[in-house]
Design a protein around this ligand. Structure first.
Ligand SMILES: Cc1cc2nc3c(=O)[nH]c(=O)nc-3n(C[C@H](O)[C@H](O)[C@H](O)COP(=O)(O)O)c2cc1C
Ligand code: SF4
Length: 503
């Protein structure tokens, strides 16, 4: 409207000139106006981006000095405290991966991610592309396979793990873009972010980002004219560790008690409301947009020859290190390098042992620090990479107390569905408390060892109990004398006998 008025005014001012010249002058003025408007808009956007840049001087637990080429998950945070505004995200390559994917077939998108060998970052390391390929797809001429769901596992309650929180609080659009992209790859029309209830800021930032994405046509019906529809919801949990197990999560999402389901059938075939469902971790999903932008070969190269696994990993360190935090590094970076980034142990403390990826992994010793932190290498060393966030134990800490603390958590978080886990975990805690107080019996150590077998893989409905046994079994392997030191010097029966005689 303004441009038309401007053209008219320009035409009035050129009365008396030849018609053709009048039109060209008017058009010139309109172009100049349009250019001025575009420049004004660009300046406003630049100001917005400038305003979003890092301003804070207080120490931050997030460390990233990378570029988009080397740090696909956190490069934006090297310049910005957070990227919450969709305009800023778009200017920083945001939604470019989605646009590329929407121009491709679902099968081709799955193919790219399969070639990239993106392994799930939720702990088990299952390849995402292979998981998606198990989902039934609509085929021309065949009956519609019906509704399918995409669920993001954002429950993150593993003690010592806080990587997904960073991604959701500071880069909500990257997760949302990843989910829209995956929904296209698997043909899902509805998605849920199952979010740990305590992550209040993440819930706010994700909901705001979803509203912005809807307003720009990235969510809803006929996304960017592609014909693909996708609705996305944030569902906050009530704060139970077991809700992170994918089938318990699905039960909880449906409004049922969060007990794991038997597998098979796997969620890819029968998940939420009995329909095909993909459950992926936050970090896994955030890796998908950059893979679409830069390709499978680039993603594989990110590990920089350190590992057979592809990509980067958000590693972290907590416990008595100087600077606990998170770092996006090539997958296969060693534990020693991660601890060096954390400034090493606090002054006067020496490393005794470490958990490589959350409370449900086996302890490793200082001599394991030079191993590549990837799924297979840490597996061969007798533990699991898990979430990749290291927890350190120092020489002054009693291992029995440290393990008792972890087992109390696991006992409290058992869903109670199977007997070995429901009864075995409190029993382990009772024995550990006795040993911690110096009141244990000699046979308690054998009973603890037996429990690690009775609660081991294949004995329970889900991996909660076997995970809980990992720190216990490795502590018994490496530090048995500390458990033995908790055995009461004079057996209780002998004490009773003496008191009877005295009486
Ligand atoms: C007790 C228990 C808790 C779990 N908690 C989480 C969690 O908080 N976040 C997560 O992504 N995966 C968690 N998992 C693993 C999930 O069951 C599932 O393997 C994962 O979400 C798959 O995503 P990914 O393939 O992208 O790694 C948990 C598993 C168990 C047994
Ligand atoms: S192992 Fe524990 S958490 Fe898992 S189903 Fe059995 S009782 Fe529930």
């Amino acid at each position: 409207m303004t441009d038309q008025n401007d053209s008219k005014k320009a035409g009035d001012q050129t009365n008396g000139l030849l018609d053709g010249s009048a039109v060209s002058v008017a058009a010139g003025v309109a172009v100049a106006k349009a250019e001025a408007k575009a420049a004004e808009e660009a300046a406003a956007k630049a100001a917005k981006i400038e305003a979003a840049k890092v301003t804070k001087t207080a120490p931050t637990p997030i460390h990233c000095n990378g570029s988009a080429e080397t740090h696909p998950l956190t490069w934006r945070l090297s310049k910005y405290d957070e990227v919450l505004d969709i305009d800023v995200y778009e200017l920083l390559e945001g939604y470019a991966g989605l646009k590329k994917a929407l121009a491709m077939t679902s099968a081709d998108v799955q193919g790219v991610v399969k070639d990239a060998v993106l392994r799930g970052r939720g702990g088990a390391g299952f390849p995402a592309g292979i998981k998606w390929s198990l989902i039934p797809m609509n085929k021309e001429g065949a009956p519609d396979v019906g509704p399918k769901y995409l669920v993001c596992n954002a429950d993150e309650m593993e003690p010592g793990t806080f990587k997904d929180r960073l991604l959701m609080e500071k880069l909500p659009h990257q997760l949302i873009e990843g989910m829209i992209l995956v929904s296209h790859a698997i043909g899902a029309q509805t998605g849920y972010i199952f979010l740990r209830g305590e992550y209040i800021l993440a819930a706010k930032n994700l909901n705001d980002a979803i509203d912005q994405a809807k307003a720009k046509g990235y969510l809803g019906e006929n996304i960017l004219g592609s014909g693909h529809n996708f609705e996305l919801h944030v569902h906050t949990g009530a704060g139970r560790y077991i809700c992170g197990e994918e089938t318990a999560l699905i039960n909880s999402l449906e409004g049922r008690r969060a007990n794991p389901r038997t597998k098979p059938p796997f969620p890819q075939i029968s998940g939420a409301w009995g329909k095909p469902t993909i459950v992926n971790n936050v970090e896994t999903l955030c890796n998908v947009p950059p893979i679409m932008v830069r390709g499978a070969a680039w993603f594989k190269g990110l590990s920089d020859g350190r590992s057979g696994d592809a990509g980067t990993k958000i590693y972290g360190a907590s416990g008595k290190v100087k600077f606990p935090g998170l770092w996006e590094l090539p997958i296969g970076t060693t534990g020693r390098e991660i601890l060096a980034l954390a400034g090493g142990m606090q002054d006067g403390l020496e490393l005794k042992c470490w958990l490589p990826g959350g409370a449900s992994t086996d302890f490793l010793m200082p001599e394991h620090l030079d191993l590549a932190m990837d799924f297979d290498t840490i597996g061969k060393a007798g533990s699991r990479m898990g979430t990749g966030l290291i927890m350190v134990v120092d020489q002054k800490q009693n291992i029995v107390s440290a393990v008792r603390n972890l087992e109390e958590f696991f006992a409290r978080e058992s869903c109670g569905w199977c007997t070995p886990c429901r009864d075995g975990l409190p029993w382990a805690v009772k024995l550990l408390k006795g040993l911690e107080a110096g009141e244990g019996k000699a046979e308690d150590i054998d009973v603890l060892l037996q429990l690690t077998r009775f609660l081991g893989p294949g004995k329970t409905f889900c991996a909660h109990a076997p995970g809980a046994m990992e720190p216990l079994q490795s502590a018994l392997k490496f530090f048995r004398p500390e458990f033995e030191a908790g055995v009461r010097a004079t057996p209780v029966s002998a004490t009773n006998h003496i008191s009877v005689i005295q009486a």
